[in-house]
Design a protein. Structure first.
Length: 474
C-alpha cells in the first residue's frame, strides 16, 4: 500500500491550526533581527515544511542507512547535510525557542520514515531509527547554545510518552523470554495512537497498519496451531502456541464455539437488535441489562452484574429517555458500559473489572464485552483503546504478580479472534455416537469434536471512518 504521505502533500502541524503557509521565503542569516518573526510566525511553519519534504524525498529514494545518517545529522549532531535548506530549517525551529513545535517536528519526522519503511516492508531501519535516540553523544557536554538546547529537547523527547509510543514499532520484533510481557499485546497499545486526531497522520496510519498486521499474525498463528494440534503431527513438529494458555486454548475455543444455533452470541445479538430498534431509549436500557446477563453461569454473579448495570444504566443520559433509539445513543451507551467494565478514568482498572477478573470470571467479562461489540461494532475501537489503558496500568508489574490480568487478555485475544475477526471457527463432530452440541455445556464431550477455521470476506473500515465515529459521538 502506498503511504498516505506519498499521495498527499505534507502540511506542517502548525498549518493545521494556524492557516496556510505564506509566500515569504527565508533569506539571510537566521540571527538577523528581521528574522525574529520565526519565533511565532510563518517562518517556523515553513521550516517544518522544509524538513518534512526533505525527509519524504530521501526516504523514497535513498538507502535506509543513508537516510538514518541524514536524520542524525539534522536532529542529533546538527551538522551539514546534503540539504543546506533542511539544516537551516532545523536551526530556525530550534532558534524559535518553542520546544512543543520542535517535538512535533521531530515526532512527525520519525513517522514519515516509519510509515514509508513499513509500507515497503523494510522493518530493520525502523528498529535502527529507535536506537538512534540511545546515541551516547547526546549526553556529552557542549559549549554551543544551539546544540545544548537541541540536546536538552531531544533528552526530554526520549524520556516522554512520544518516544514510548515510537518504541512500540520495534517491540514487534522482540519475542525473547526477557521481553516485557506487554509486548504480546502491542496491537492494542497502538490503538490510542491511531484514534488520536492530534497525532500526525503518518503516525496514525503507521500505528493502524502495524496493529492490523499484528492481529493478522496472531489469527494466522492461532489457526495453524489449532489445525496442527488436532492432527497426527508429532509434538516436536507442532507450530508454537501463540497464546500463553498452553493446551487449554483448544478447550477454550471449543467451549466458545460450541455455543451455536439459536443460542449463539451472534444470533442473540441479532435478535436483540431487531427487537429494540424502535424502542425508546429508556426501554432500550432496560432490555440491554437483560441481554448482557442472559446465559451467564452462576446466580450470584448474575445478581452482581444485574445490580451494577442497573446502577450504571438507569441514570445514563436521562434527557434522552423518551426519545426513539438511534445509532449515536447505542454507541455512546455501549462505550459507557465498556468503561464500567474496564477503566472509567483511563488510568485505573474499574472496580467491576477487578471484581470479575480477580475472582476467576475472566471469560464472563470477555463474553459481556463481546455481546456489546456484536450489537455495536463501532464501539470496538473504543474497547481496544480501553484495553490498552489496562495494559499500560499493569505492564510495570511482573507477569507473575498479575497473572489473572494476563489470563483475561489471552482469553480476550482468542475470543475476539473467533467472533469479531474475519476467520470463522466451526466445530465438527468426529464421533457420531456422541451427544449433539445443543445439550447443556456441562454434559458435552468436547473431545469428540474438532475445530476447523475458514476465512470470511469482510471490508475493513478506513481510518477516517473509525476516527469520525469516535470523534462524533464521544
Amino acid at each position: 500500500m502506498q503511504p498516505l504521505s506519498d499521495r498527499l502533500s505534507v502540511p506542517s502541524l502548525g498549518t493545521l491550526t494556524n492557516g496556510t503557509i505564506g509566500e515569504v521565503q527565508m533569506s539571510g542569516h537566521p540571527s538577523e533581527p528581521s528574522k525574529q518573526v520565526s519565533r511565532s510566525g510563518r517562518n517556523l511553519h515553513q521550516a517544518q515544511e522544509t524538513v518534512y519534504r526533505f525527509l519524504l524525498d530521501i526516504v523514497k529514494t535513498w538507502p535506509p542507512e543513508e537516510v538514518l545518517l541524514e536524520f542524525k545529522h539534522l536532529f542529533l549532531y546538527h551538522v551539514e547535510t546534503t540539504s543546506a535548506g533542511a539544516i537551516h530549517a532545523v536551526y530556525e525551529i530550534v532558534f524559535s525557542n518553542n520546544e512543543e513545535e520542535f517535538r512535533n517536528t521531530l515526532k512527525r519526522s520519525c513517522y514519515i520514515l516509519v510509515n514509508n519503511w513499513d509500507a515497503s516492508r523494510n522493518f530493520k531501519p525502523i528498529q535502527e531509527l529507535i536506537k538512534v535516540f540511545e546515541d551516547s553523544s547526546l549526553d556529552r557536554q557542549t559549549i554551543s547554545p544551539t546544540l545544548k538546547r537541541l540536546r536538552v529537547w531531544i533528552d526530554t523527547f526520549r524520556r516522554g510518552k512520544d518516544y514510548e509510543e515510537l518504541k512500540l514499532f520495534a517491540s514487534r520484533y522482540d519475542e525473547s523470554p526477557e521481553a516485557p510481557w506487554s509486548n504480546r499485546y502491542t496491537s492494542y497499545l497502538l490503538v490510542p495512537q491511531y484514534i488520536n486526531s492530534a497525532n500526525p497522520i503518518e503516525q496514525r496510519e503507521a500505528a493502524r497498519a502495524l496493529s492490523m498486521q499484528l492481529k493478522d499474525k496472531f489469527k494466522f498463528r492461532l489457526a495453524m496451531y489449532i489445525a496442527k494440534s488436532q492432527s497426527a503431527t508429532s509434538p516436536e513438529r507442532l507450530p508454537e502456541n501463540p497464546t500463553v494458555l498452553g493446551d487449554n486454548v483448544l478447550q477454550l475455543i471449543k467451549t466458545i464455539v460450541a455455543k451455536r444455533g439459536q443460542f449463539s452470541y451472534a444470533n442473540l445479538a441479532n435478535i436483540f437488535i431487531n427487537q429494540t430498534h424502535q424502542l425508546s431509549y429508556k426501554e432500550f436500557k432496560r432490555e440491554l441489562k437483560r441481554y448482557l446477563i442472559v446465559s451467564i453461569d452462576g446466580n450470584e454473579l448474575t445478581e452482581t452484574l444485574q445490580a451494577r448495570f442497573t446502577e450504571k444504566l438507569d441514570p445514563l443520559y436521562l434527557d434522552y429517555d423518551h426519545e426513539t433509539l438511534n445509532e449515536a445513543l447505542i454507541l455512546r451507551t455501549c462505550n459507557r458500559i465498556i468503561e464500567h467494565l474496564t477503566t472509567e478514568n483511563r488510568q485505573d482498572p474499574s472496580p467491576l473489572f477487578v471484581l470479575l477478573v480477580s475472582q476467576g470470571s475472566p471469560l464472563t467479562l470477555v463474553i459481556v464485552l463481546l455481546k456489546l461489540i456484536l450489537i455495536c461494532r463501532n464501539a470496538r475501537t473504543h474497547l481496544e483503546a480501553q484495553i490498552a489503558e489496562l495494559i499500560r496500568y499493569y505492564k510495570n508489574f511482573p507477569e507473575d504478580e498479575c497473572r489473572w490480568v494476563v489470563n483475561f487478555l489471552e482469553i480476550f485475544n482468542v475470543t475476539f479472534a473467533i467472533y469479531a475477526e474475519n476467520v470463522q471457527y466451526n466445530l465438527i463432530k468426529m464421533d457420531k455416537t456422541q451427544e449433539p452440541l445443543h445439550i447443556p455445556k456441562a454434559l458435552q464431550n468436547l473431545d469428540a469434536y474438532r475445530v476447523f477455521s475458514q476465512l470470511k470476506r469482510e471490508v475493513m473500515p478506513k481510518l477516517s471512518d473509525e476516527v469520525e465515529l469516535t470523534e462524533t459521538f464521544e
